[in-house]
Design a protein around this ligand. Structure first.
Ligand SMILES: [Zn+2]
Length: 151
């Protein structure tokens, strides 16, 4: 038996203006407020994250640029909080050791695109991995040690 169509349907978002709430259709307002973003399993609170908020139901929508800014802001705060190497510093350590991203990834047991994401600033290393990077930068022989033991 066919189920009768329900009369109450969610708002058809294809006909709503771009800044309408996807839950209730109310026009949303742009605002800056605290939003959190996960970095390496930790919630990082960005104090002035731009986004749209529905004044009626409280729904929050991040546009593409809002999401990018939130992520960049969270990564910057995380990097500052732990005093981590910058993406450029990571790249220059690797280049000074004359290693490809794949070769260094293997030595550090990093999966997939992890290292390229660090070097591009799209993600950030943990404090533990940061120490390891400083170690191979500063301690002679540490790279040979990794080659011997991390294969
Ligand atoms: Zn709403």
């Amino acid at each position: 038996m066919k189920k009768p169509r329900t009369k109450r349907r969610p708002p058809d978002i294809s006909t709503l203006p771009a800044d309408a709430c996807p839950s209730c259709g109310t026009q949303m307002r742009e605002r800056k407020a605290r939003l959190s973003f996960p970095v390496n399993g930790e919630k990082v609170v960005v104090p002035d994250a731009l986004h749209l908020r529905c004044p009626k139901c409280g729904e929050i929508v991040l546009r593409l640029d809002d999401m990018r800014h939130l992520r960049e802001g969270a990564l910057t705060l995380y990097r500052k909080q732990y005093g981590l190497l910058s993406s450029d510093e990571i790249r220059s350590i690797r280049e000074r050791l004359d290693l490809t991203q794949a070769a260094l990834s293997k030595l550090l047991h990093l999966g997939g695109n992890t290292l390229s994401r660090w070097e591009a600033g799209r993600n950030v290393q943990t404090a533990a991995m940061d120490i390891l990077l400083r170690l191979i930068r500063d301690v002679p022989g540490s790279l040979d040690y990794l080659r011997e033991h991390a294969a």
